[in-house]
Design a protein around this ligand. Structure first.
Ligand code: FAD
Ligand code: NAD
Length: 320
């Protein structure tokens, strides 16, 4: 059954077609939407089934088929943005002619509300780069096949111990990317301040590398990184190396549970720490402050930034 909730609201339902050459099978999805990009497409090949989910507003259009023949592991996805066309190119295992693409599986060729696409435990994680020194890349398939995460395991947590016990070959479903950070927030930026606590560092990874490589107006980037102990500091040596290599970048570590040998900053986020840290390079500098960490940290930080007269446009908080 084809459900088409968007039809009632105006935009027409997507459709698909396929064609083949000796070596390739191409599935073409006509989304009939103009704002489709690669982030809107999640394609997954498992055993003989192939699933491609295209996110269109609050709906997902699904291609979900048991393929009639075997395909190779790697495939590619291309998006022709101005016409909203998606091309998925599969490589045949054997160069035989396919009579049909396969048979439909659950929700194939239908548009369903995003919340009904189904998941058991859902926790958000932030993709990072493999290091602070890898160049910022737009997600381009098929060259960029890997997604990197930095995930802290909480022994008493609900989800992370499960993740920790996964074996090679096990599966985890990954949802569509979500978020509201816009690259336009970087436009003409001169000073970038990052306030991160614990794994709240993860959204800063790409922000940092994007800003340092793509924003010509940028004069200064400063990270204040709050952790409990020295051992908790994620990528400390990379951060120190980056500060050494790029004179625009500085990092300061603040520990809330330091040992007696720690002779740098200590405590929780506070007016004293922030007012000293958030100095503009020029009185008129265009500033952006990004903040992320445990909720009480972010809430407290937002309040302090407000007290220091930074405007809403100058602050981006990463929250759920
Ligand atoms: P949970 O079951 O949530 O427990 C976490 C800890 O809290 C455990 O120590 C547990 O014992 C304790 N706890 C649980 N309930 C209570 C309670 N009622 N009272 C007191 N203590 C309690 N994490 C990352 O590591 N990397 C990321 O890149 C990342 N990105 C994120 C992005 C977003 C937008 C958000 C909102 C969160 C992100 N997180 C990230 C956090 C992540 O989503 C999970 O919250 C985290 O992995 C914990 O999950 P869990 O199920 O293992 O632990
Ligand atoms: P943690 O418990 O190790 O704490 C790190 C630091 O946060 C502490 O050293 C302290 O400086 C500060 N902090 C903790 N509690 C505080 C409080 N009550 N008031 C003020 N400051 C406080 O942190 P963790 O276990 O790494 O947790 C990181 C948090 O970041 C998680 O809650 C996670 O959900 C969140 N996170 C959010 C995103 C996002 O995009 N929204 C991304 C990654 C992580």
């Amino acid at each position: 059954q084809v459900t088409d909730p968007l039809a009632k609201e105006g935009p027409s339902s997507p459709s698909y077609d396929w064609f083949q050459t000796d070596a390739l099978v191409t599935i073409v999805i006509y989304t009939k939407q103009k704002d489709i990009n690669l982030d809107s497409v999640i394609a997954d090949h498992r055993d003989d089934s192939f699933r491609a989910e295209t996110v269109i507003k609050d709906y997902s259009y699904l291609i979900h088929i048991a393929l009639s023949h075997e395909i190779q592991e790697d495939f590619s996805v291309r998006v022709v943005e101005n016409v909203g066309k998606i091309e998925i190119v599969l490589k045949k295992k054997e160069n035989t002619s396919w009579k049909c693409l396969g048979h439909p599986l659950e929700n194939h060729n239908s548009l369903i509300p995003k919340k009904d696409t189904g998941t058991e435990i859902v926790k958000p994680y932030t993709p990072v780069s493999d290091s602070l020194f890898s160049e910022f890349k737009e997600p381009v398939l098929p060259n960029n096949k890997y997604i990197y995460f930095l995930i802290k395991i909480y022994p008493a947590g609900l989800f992370t111990p499960e993740l920790d016990h996964l074996q090679i070959g096990d599966y985890v479903s990954v949802s569509n990317p979500e978020g509201n950070f816009k690259i336009s927030q970087f436009q003409d930026l001169e000073d970038l301040f990052l306030l991160a606590a614990g794994t709240g560092f993860t959204p800063m990874v790409k922000v940092l590398s994007y800003a340092l490589t793509n924003i010509p107006s940028l004069r200064k980037v400063k990270l204040m990184f709050f952790n409990k102990t020295e051992d908790d500091i994620i990528w400390r040596s990379q951060l120190e190396k980056l500060a050494f290599k790029d004179k625009r970048f500085d990092v300061e570590f603040v520990l809330s549970v330091p040992t007696s040998e720690w002779n740098s900053k200590r405590g929780y986020i506070s007016p004293a720490l922030l007012s000293e840290f958030l100095k503009r390079s020029l009185d008129t500098s265009k500033v952006l402050i990004c903040i992320c960490g445990p909720m009480p940290f972010t809430e407290q930080g937002m309040k302090l930034l407000h007290d220091l007269n930074f405007s809403k446009d100058e602050i981006h908080s990463f929250t759920a």
